[in-house]
Design a binder for this molecule. Structure first.
Ligand code: THU
Length: 131
């Protein structure tokens, strides 16, 4: 069985995914990497659109890609925004993270600072899930 990636490896995968962001409107590139168990790392990046409101965050891109690939049991997500910018997940992404695991570790970093928290801490008293 493959071992779980540690948080540094997840952050590194998030930084790699950030390079693949499509963010020509904001120029704010974000990557995210999920630990989906058994050594599986699923990444996402933000994907913007000329119709700005259709843009998708890196975190939800990662979750939706992972669920579509058959993974649901996420234990951790790392998020990498632009270098030096502490990029924490937006409200919509917090709700989507909490859907799958409120205890999911969430780590985000700027150059010299890293915050490690959980989905539940980022979204207290959250709505649902009811499945
Ligand atoms: N964005 C993310 O991908 N994740 C975050 O945590 C914050 C914001 C994206 C959305 C948009 O494409 C750009 O960053 C600027 O808001």
């Amino acid at each position: 069985m493959m071992s779980s990636p540690d948080l540094d490896e997840l952050l590194s995968a998030a930084r790699d995914a950030r390079e693949r962001a499509y963010a020509p409107y904001s120029n704010f590139r974000v990557g995210a990497a999920l630990d989906a168990g058994d050594g599986n790392v699923i990444v996402g990046s933000n994907v913007e659109n000329a119709s700005y409101g259709l843009s998708m965050c890196a975190e939800r891109s990662a979750i939706f890609a992972a669920v579509s690939a058959g993974f649901r049991d996420f234990t951790a997500i790392a998020i990498a925004g632009p270098e030096g910018v502490l990029t924490s997940p937006c409200g919509a992404c917090r709700q989507v993270l909490a859907e799958f695991n409120p205890n999911m570790v969430v780590v985000f970093t700027a150059s010299d600072e890293a915050i490690e928290t959980t989905a539940a801490e980022l979204l207290p008293h959250s709505f649902g899930p009811f499945v």
